[in-house]
Design a protein around this ligand. Structure first.
Ligand SMILES: CC(C)(COP(=O)(O)OP(=O)(O)OC[C@H]1O[C@@H](n2cnc3c(N)ncnc32)[C@H](O)[C@@H]1OP(=O)(O)O)[C@@H](O)C(=O)NCCC(=O)NCCS
Length: 216
């Protein structure tokens, strides 16, 4: 059997049914969402990465996808708020205040660089690994791939994401930093926003001051 390998494609990716099946199984089915919720309105605009491996189930497709993720460019006139899925009554994901016109400093004293220094800004969404394939480094590989593909596609940029609270330690282990308060995304659960400079000129250590000791 061939070892798991990372693949990426996009913008304009021709994504397989196996990719969406994995996304559905990991991120949507457990919340009781319908299969249509596996697709996002702007999937065509994003770069996608996934881990695929040979299936050992004879009845299944030869290649299966065990981990997925995507990254997209936040349009210059947007601060990141979006609909969660293509469904009509999809949940609303809030914006990223540091991208607003006034800049941002959270209650913990995290002072962000001015918004114009944070652009281009990109957003990670729909990261996940099938339950029985977790803790093998797959999501870390997908995330690193998305970060480097984003820089190749859009230049040095700043990453943002909305982490489910249970996933914060995973993102923290990949050097993403939490900011602001927790908030509820309807139908999904508690989230906290995180960011990471994907360039050499902004460093979280030099630009986010007074972070509480031990906080990711
Ligand atoms: C969060 C998630 C994507 C991590 O996927 P994964 O493939 O298991 O992650 P990795 O194996 O690449 O983890 C890399 C490192 O991140 C950290 N990490 C990952 N999962 C963790 C967890 N549950 N608790 C604490 N640390 C964790 C560890 O440092 C880990 O390294 P280690 O295994 O050597 O200790 C996965 O648990 C998942 O799909 N969860 C359900 C869906 C979800 O919440 N997605 C995120 C939406 S925002």
């Amino acid at each position: 059997m061939s070892p798991p390998s990372v693949r990426s494609s996009g913008p304009g990716a021709n994504l397989s049914a196996a990719y969406f099946e994995a996304r559905y199984q990991i991120l949507r089915e457990p919340l009781g969402f319908p299969p249509s919720a596996a697709k996002l309105p702007d999937d065509d605009d994003a770069i996608h990465a996934w881990i695929e491996m040979e299936s050992n189930q004879p009845a299944e497709e030869k290649m299966m996808v065990v981990a997925v993720g995507r990254i997209h460019l936040i349009p210059a006139d947007s601060t990141g708020a979006c609909a969660d899925t293509v469904d009509e009554n999809a949940a609303h994901c809030p914006d990223f205040p540091p991208l607003g016109t006034h800049g941002f400093s959270d209650g913990a004293g995290n002072d962000f660089p001015p918004p114009k220094l944070l652009r281009p800004a990109v957003q990670i969404r729909q990261m996940g690994t099938l339950e029985n394939h977790q803790r093998k480094g797959h999501a870390a590989t997908v995330l690193a791939n998305l970060e480097s593909e984003a820089v190749a596609q859009w230049g040095e940029c700043t990453g943002f994401l909305q982490a489910r609270v249970a996933a914060i330690p995973f993102y923290g282990a990949q050097n993403w930093i939490s900011f602001g308060d927790e908030y509820m995304v309807e139908g999904i659960g508690l989230h906290r926003s995180m960011w990471k400079p994907l360039n050499t000129s902004l460093s979280p250590d030099s630009l986010v001051q007074n972070r509480t000791e031990g906080e990711v």
